[in-house]
Ligand binder design. Structure first.
Ligand code: 6GU
Length: 242
């Protein structure tokens, strides 16, 4: 997959992209990141990228020209890849959206700024608009990194442990339950016996019930769409009766 990121602040990205799993995914040839400074596509001596809104109202608006020229410079006119604007007005980003984007050969991400972009960018250039949540960031850069991270880890081979992405919270429709590692005794607090027993069936049931309990306690809304077995439903019934 190739991901192009258009931003006024390309310097914000390398620190995150070039560590850990995103670094390994690049080294393995699973993904390429290309950063583009929108200012490089601005014209005139001062390479102006934003202007006050027509009609007044405060704040600055990103001009359409530099953004159109940047996209046109990096994408052939006949290539139909998603051109995504990161904006608080976009559709909510979820694991389902990450899975959808992970199917693409190429993504172009445009980092907006909170005051906004000229409406003609929305109307005639972008194919999708995404928000990462109901709060306001100073710009779309962190949102672009969130999207890049969630999408890259879904690419086949990106995660060390095979299948790790399949048991994620949200991929299963449930939150994950408790996990433990060494030591078995930490300051007198013990790892549960079932975890150390090596009894695979008991452990699988314990994990499933841990996920169900955590979801029931913290995100009961997720239980309405999760795929549940009869045993799961009986367990949830027993929680309700506790
Ligand atoms: Cl995509 N951009 C900005 N500026 N703020 C946000 C956001 C995006 N998603 C949530 N808040």
């Amino acid at each position: 997959m190739r991901i192009d990121i258009l931003t006024l602040f390309p310097g914000m990205f390398p620190g995150y992209l070039n560590e850990s799993i995103l670094k390994r995914a690049q080294e393995a040839g699973l993904v390429e990141f290309h950063l583009h400074n929108i200012r490089d596509y601005a014209t005139g001596k001062h390479r102006v990228t934003d202007e006050p809104p027509f009609g007044g109202g405060g704040g600055m608006i990103l001009k359409p020209g530099p953004i159109f020229r940047a996209v046109e410079a990096i994408k052939p006119a006949d290539e139909a890849c998603p051109v995504i604007l990161l904006t608080p007005q976009g559709r909510p980003f979820t694991q389902t959206v990450a899975q959808e984007l992970a199917q693409q050969e190429r993504l172009i991400l445009i980092c907006g700024r909170y005051e906004g972009v000229d409406e003609r960018v929305r109307q005639h250039l972008v194919t999708d608009e995404i928000s990462i949540g109901d709060y306001v960031l100073t710009g779309g850069e962190l949102a672009a990194l969130v999207v890049v991270d969630a999408v890259t880890r879904l690419l086949p081979g990106a995660l060390g442990a095979a299948g790790a992405a399949e048991t994620d919270s949200y991929a299963t429709g449930l939150l994950e339950g408790p996990h433990y590692t060494k030591p078995a005794d930490f300051r007198g607090w013990q790892v549960p016996d079932v975890v150390r027993s090596g009894h695979a069936a008991n452990l699988a049931r314990w994990r499933r019930e841990g996920a169900l309990r955590r979801t029931w306690e913290r995100r009961p809304d997720l239980l309405e769409t999760a795929v549940l077995s009869e045993a799961d439903k009986r367990f949830l019934q027993s929680l309700a009766e506790e």
